[in-house]
Design a protein around this ligand. Structure first.
Ligand code: ADP
Length: 537
């Protein structure tokens, strides 16, 4: 057999040659729509690669982006990786301190920034890395003065050669760098290779995963700075599917308008986005989909009520997927297989709360606190570990992180149950489970039950010190405005639903709970705030 390295550049070359009629629609921060094609994108990516080479960007050096889902951002994806540099996507919604940390940790040499994000960048002007040589502004804006030269994107690529001889790189070379969002600590970099990226995209398009085809019109709502928009910037052109890049306007009305106007057949995003869209649709009976798109949801657990609402009221099928930055991100999907093929839609709907099964290319194992495999009985839980073609073997710049085991697995930090069908269900994060007398209590289970109380707006369960049991659950509650439930009323919700020793030892009422930049409960901060709290002796 011939041997060709698996390279990111080959995806663009394929789409430009064999899918010339597919469309590329891009919406910028001001709402302006640009239309293009894969051949046109390939030309601009080639021009950009020449420009980067002219600026002295060398193989292995990091090219950062602070951008939305737009066509220029896609061009940087392919130009930087294609020429052998490393595309480094940065989440502009992180706290400024985190962005400064990430840029410096990556030692970026170039930074592409969306014009709408310049004010945020200026706040970091003094903390840009020493290594930085140029800032490129994507979109129209007056160019600011910085320590390094600042140039407009169009000026940068104008007049460059429209073909670039994409080098035959080692497929194991780095193509992209992405940092975890730091929900549970400092952001850590994950360096993807060309090989892992191409294999991940090939897996993502399969029928039981995203089921992408040339005829699809794909709209990634998940940001291109969030684990490469779950691989869609690679998976879509690989199949020849059209792409609709919605920019930063992700309100329900804008998304619905794009689906209708562009005939979007497939979209992906976190539950918050789809919960918002469902509420907006329900607010007016005239709001329907002419042709319902398929949705993929992941990032945090997906409430069954949302899946049911979309499916039953709007004919929109939802696929629940699990993943993380360290695994590119696809780990598991909840699609049917032989064992549950005969289930009714209603049965499968209830089951769709689970994160599902791994696709080929990823293997899972679940170990209990003592390191033994757990029973696949839907009850026992342990920490989920993964290995596979697109799973990290370590963090960038951090040798010997404890997340990686000596026998080649990565500890995900997610605590799961496994059922007889091999489907996982996340019950907590390892850092957040309450370790009571050597046994584990799921904080997420306790939080979800608390949320079922009619007067509870927000709930978090954190460990509090206990002299006998080490840790016992403490429930923090934000009451719904105008209500005054007491602790006993809230705790009564647990009766008969969890083992007695799971019931929190105390309830504290608070005005608000700290959230991370990605909107998840910020447990680390809560634990800091309550570190002196103890359940006495
Ligand atoms: P961070 O770890 O900083 O939040 P990631 O975006 O990598 O950044 O998040 C990965 C984590 O998100 C997973 O380890 C898991 O805890 C959670 N997650 C992802 N998908 C799901 C899902 N479908 N259901 C529940 N949790 C999920």
């Amino acid at each position: 057999m011939q041997e060709h390295p698996l390279l990111v550049s080959s995806i663009l070359t394929h789409a430009a040659k064999h899918h010339r009629g597919s469309k590329l629609v891009s919406v910028d921060a001001a709402g302006a729509v640009t239309r293009s094609t894969y051949p046109a994108m390939a030309v601009r990516a080639a021009q950009l690669a020449h420009a980067l080479a002219r600026l002295g960007v060398r193989r292995g050096e990091r090219v950062a982006t602070l951008g939305w889902n737009t066509a220029p951002h896609m061009e940087v994806y392919y130009a930087a990786s294609g020429m052998g540099a490393v595309l480094h996507t940065v989440n502009p919604r992180l706290f400024p301190d985190q962005i400064a940390y990430i840029l410096n940790d990556a030692a970026d040499v170039a930074l592409f920034v969306d014009a709408s994000l310049l004010p945020g960048l200026m706040a970091l002007a003094e903390r840009l890395p020493e290594t930085l040589r140029v800032v490129v502004v994507m979109g129209e804006a007056p160019l600011p003065a910085l320590r390094v030269p600042v140039v407009g994107y169009e000026t940068l690529i104008a007049g460059e050669d429209t073909e670039y001889p994409w080098p035959l790189l080692d497929e194991r070379a780095a193509s992209a760098l992405c940092y975890t969002s730091g929900t549970t600590g400092e952001p850590k970099g994950v360096l993807y290779s060309h090989r892992s990226t191409v294999l991940h995209a090939m897996a993502a398009v399969q029928p039981d995963v995203f089921a992408l085809r040339a005829l699809d019109v794909v709209m990634p709502v998940v940001p291109m700075f969030h684990v490469n928009a779950w691989g869609l910037p690679y998976a879509a052109p690989m199949t020849g599917a059209s792409l609709v890049l919605p920019g930063p306007r992700l309100d329900p009305a804008s998304l619905h308008a794009l689906v209708e106007a562009e005939g979007v057949t497939f979209s992906a995003g976190v539950p918050t986005i789809w919960t918002g869209l469902l509420g907006w649709l329900r607010a007016d009976p005239a709001r329907r989909f002419t042709a319902p798109p398929r949705l993929v949801v992941g990032g945090t657990a997906l409430p069954v009520a949302i899946t049911a609402g979309f499916q039953k009221e709007y004919g929109v099928p939802i696929l629940h997927a699990w993943g993380m930055t360290e695994i590119s991100p696809l780990g598991s999907v909840n699609t049917r297989k032989a064992e549950n093929a005969h289930w009714s839609d209603e049965e499968f709907l209830a089951y769709s709360r689970k994160q599902g099964r791994p696709q080929f290319g990823v293997d899972l194992r679940v170990l209990d606190a003592a390191g033994a495999p757990i029973a696949e009985d839907d009850l026992a839980f342990g920490e989920l570990q993964v290995q596979g073609h697109w799973v990290a073997s370590g963090y960038f710049n951090r040798p010997g992180d404890e997340a990686f085991t000596a026998d080649g697995w990565m500890k995900t930090g997610d605590v799961v149950t496994v059922d007889a069908l091999g489907s996982i269900e996340i019950v907590d994060r390892a850092k957040d489970v309450i370790k009571s007398g050597g046994e584990w209590i799921s904080s997420i289970t306790l939080e979800n039950l608390a949320l079922a109380h009619p007067d509870v707006q927000l709930a978090a369960v954190i460990p509090a010190h206990h002299p006998k049991w080490d840790e016992r659950p403490l429930l923090l509650v934000v009451r719904k405005p105008g209500t005054t439930p007491d602790a006993a009323s809230i705790l009564s919700i647990y009766e008969g639903k969890v083992a007695k020793w799971w019931v929190p030892d105390g309830v504290e009422f608070v005005d608000s709970l700290p959230l991370t930049a990605t909107g998840k409960l910020w447990k680390a901060e809560m634990k800091k705030q309550w570190k002196d709290f103890s359940f006495g002796s």
